[in-house]
Design a protein around this ligand. Structure first.
Ligand code: NCD
Length: 528
C-alpha cells in the first residue's frame, strides 16, 4: 500500500488529518515503550537508516527545544543532517527564501525544518519546492516542516502537546478541560490548539490572559466552530475565583520580542496576571498538572521554579516527548513508517475549481434596453455591469467603481454612475457601462465576480440584452496584482519583498482567509 505520509509537508496542524495524528501518537507510544524496555530490535524498525537522506534545519528565529530535539531525532535516524547558519547566510544579503531553499534542494535534501518570523513561509516553500522539483526533474518534491512561524502556528509542538495530554489522560479521548494561560495573542503554540485539541471529543477551554494578550478572534472563532466550550478570564486570580478549575494548565511565555512599545511598558503588570504564585497552591484542584512549551524567563518565570520538584511539573516529560514525536514525524515523511496506516488521510490535492458562482439569467430578447438610461442616452450595444456594491455608502461605491476600472482596466468610452436600486429603492448601487465592449470571457467574468460579487453583467446588442449573468462571491480570490494580505509579517505581504502572490479563500459570506498566514479579511480589506 502507498504510504500517505511520504513527502508530506506539515505547515499547520490541520495538514494532517485526525486519523493521521492519532496514528502518529500510536507510533510514538510504541517507540517510547521500545526505548523504555531497551528493545533494540524494535527500535531498528523506526529508523530511516540512510546516511544520504538529507534533512536541513533552517532556524531564522532562536530555538533550543525544537531545533535540538529535531537534531537528536535525526541522529536517531542516522541520516545526513545539516544546519544552515542563518546569521551568516545570504538571507542577510537580501536573497529571497525561494532562492535560498532552491539552492539547498539542489544538494539532495528532502526535508526542511524551518522557523521564521514570516508567517506562512512553509506553505510558500512547499509550493515553490514543487515547481523547483518539476523543473529539475527531482524524483520527489521537498517537504517542509513548520517549526514555528511568527505568531501563526507551531504544529510539531502541538503534536507533542497532544501526545502528552493523551498520556496524562491514559489515552482516554472522551473529553478534555484545559486552561490556556499567558500570552495567547502572540503564542503560536496555543493557536495550533484551535485544531489540535480536536482529537478529544468534548473540549472545554478556559482562556486566561489580560485583554491585551487575548486570543486573536480568528482562533477564538475557530475554537467555537470546532464546538469547544470557551470561557474567558483576564487573570489567574479571577480564574481561581470560579469553582470549575481545569486540572490541566498550559502556560505560554509573554513574547516580549513581538510586542509593541505600548504593551512592553506595561509588561510587569501584564505578567503578574498570568504568573502562578505560591499562595494559590491550595486553591487549585488535586492532581493538577502544569505544562509549558518553554522557555521560561530566568528572572520572571510564569511557572515559578519552586514547582519543579512538585507533581505539578508536567513540562519536563512534555519537553522530552518532543524528541520522540519528531523521530516519528521524520520517519513518516521519509516514508519509513506509515505503510500500515488504515484511517482517513488528509486530502492533499485541491478540489477542482467550479464556476457555479457565475449564473446565466434568462433574458427576453424582444425587450429593448431602457433600464441603463439614467443621465445618459441608453446604450445600444456593449457591456453594462450593474448592482455593484448594492446597499453601500455612496462614497464607498464611488471608490470601488474607481478600483474596478483600474484593476480590470475598463478604460475607453462609456461611464459609471451611482443610482437607486429599482428592486430596493432605499439602497444605492454602482453601474459601469462600456458601449464598445464585447461579451467577457470566463477569465474576465471571474475577475469581475471577485471585484463585484452580487453584480449582474449584461451584454447588449442592438438595444437588446442578449446575455445576462449574475456573479456571486467566488470561493477564491487570487491572481490580481491589486490584492494584499494586511498582515505585514505574512510571507505574501509586499513589504517582505518575496514576490509571493496573495491568495484568499472565502470562509464565510464576507470573510476571506489568507492562504499563507490565515489572517482573515473582509472583502474590501483584500484590495489595495
Ligand atoms: C515556543 C515557540 O518558539 O513557539 N517554544 C517552543 O517551541 N518550545 C514558545 C515560545 O517561544 O515561547
Amino acid at each position: 500500500m502507498d504510504n500517505p505520509f511520504k513527502g508530506r509537508s506539515l505547515t499547520v496542524i490541520d495538514d494532517f488529518s485526525l486519523d493521521e495524528r492519532l496514528y502518529l501518537f500510536e507510533k510514538t507510544r510504541e517507540l517510547k515503550k521500545a526505548i523504555t524496555e531497551n528493545n533494540l530490535d524494535e527500535l531498528e524498525k523506526f529508523r530511516i537508516n540512510n546516511s544520504d537522506f538529507g534533512i536541513y534545519e533552517v532556524f531564522i528565529e532562536d530555538s533550543t527545544r525544537t531545533k535540538e530535539s529535531f537534531k537528536n531525532a535525526a541522529a536517531f535516524h542516522r541520516v545526513k543532517l545539516n544546519t544552515l547558519e542563518t546569521n551568516y547566510s545570504s538571507i542577510n544579503k537580501s536573497e529571497s527564501f525561494a532562492d535560498t531553499f532552491n539552492t539547498l534542494c539542489g544538494y539532495d535534501n528532502l526535508i526542511y525544518i524551518v522557523r521564521s518570523q514570516q508567517e506562512g513561509l512553509c506553505r510558500w516553500l512547499e509550493e515553490n519546492g514543487k515547481l523547483y522539483a518539476q523543473r529539475n526533474k527531482m524524483k520527489q518534491a521537498p517537504a517542509f516542516i513548520n517549526a514555528g512561524d511568527g505568531k501563526h502556528e507551531h504544529p510539531t509542538q502541538e503534536l507533542l502537546d497532544e501526545f502528552t495530554f493523551l498520556e496524562q489522560k491514559n489515552w482516554d479521548r472522551e473529553s478534555i478541560h484545559i486552561a490556556l494561560v499567558g500570552d495567547l495573542y502572540h503564542g503560536r503554540t496555543v493557536h495550533s490548539k484551535a485544531d489540535g485539541l480536536l482529537i478529544f471529543k468534548k473540549v472545554k477551554v478556559d482562556l486566561i490572559a489580560p485583554p491585551e494578550l487575548g486570543m486573536p478572534e480568528y482562533y477564538l472563532n475557530k475554537m467555537k466552530d470546532n464546538g469547544f466550550e470557551i470561557r474567558i478570564f483576564d487573570s489567574i486570580d479571577s480564574y481561581i475565583d470560579n469553582n470549575d478549575i481545569a486540572q490541566l494548565w498550559y502556560f505560554t511565555r509573554p513574547q516580549l520580542e513581538r510586542m509593541g512599545d505600548a504593551i512592553l511598558k506595561r509588561q510587569d503588570e501584564l505578567r503578574y496576571r498570568i504568573t502562578f504564585r505560591k499562595e494559590l497552591m491550595d486553591k487549585i484542584p488535586e492532581r493538577t498538572t502544569f505544562y509549558h512549551p518553554l522557555p521560561r524567563h530566568k528572572l520572571h518565570p510564569t511557572i515559578p521554579t519552586f514547582l519543579d520538584a512538585t507533581p505539578l511539573n508536567g513540562w519536563e516529560n512534555q519537553s522530552a516527548n518532543g524528541k520522540l514525536i519528531r523521530i516519528i514525524l521524520l520517519g513518516l515523511i521519509a516514508g519509513t513508517i506509515g505503510h500500515d496506516f488504515t484511517g482517513i488521510a488528509k486530502k492533499t490535492t485541491e478540489e477542482p475549481e467550479t464556476h457555479d458562482y457565475i449564473q446565466e439569467v434568462p433574458v427576453d430578447e424582444n425587450k429593448t434596453v431602457k433600464e441603463y438610461a439614467e443621465g445618459v442616452k441608453p446604450i445600444s450595444s456593449g457591456l453594462v455591469i450593474d448592482h455593484i456594491c448594492r446597499g453601500e455608502k455612496e462614497e464607498d461605491i464611488r471608490d470601488h467603481l474607481a478600483r474596478m476600472i483600474r484593476v480590470l482596466a475598463l478604460y475607453g468610452k462609456g461611464g459609471e454612475w451611482i443610482s437607486r436600486s429599482r428592486e430596493y429603492p432605499d439602497k444605492m448601487k454602482g453601474i459601469i457601462f462600456r458601449p464598445e465592449y464585447s461579451a467577457p470571457g470566463i477569465k474576465k467574468l471571474k475577475q469581475i465576480a471577485a471585484l463585484a460579487p452580487g453584480c449582474t453583467v449584461n451584454v447588449i446588442r442592438e438595444k437588446k440584452v442578449v446575455k445576462k449573468l449574475k456573479l456571486n462571491m467566488p470561493p477564491k480570490i487570487y491572481n490580481f496584482p491589486n490584492i494584499c494580505c494586511k498582515n505585514t509579517d505574512c510571507i505574501s505581504h509586499s513589504s517582505q519583498g518575496e514576490n509571493v502572490p496573495a491568495e484568499f479563500k472565502r470562509i464565510t459570506d464576507d470573510r476571506f482567509k489568507c492562504k499563507y498566514c490565515e489572517n482573515t479579511h473582509s472583502f474590501k480589506e483584500i484590495w489595495i
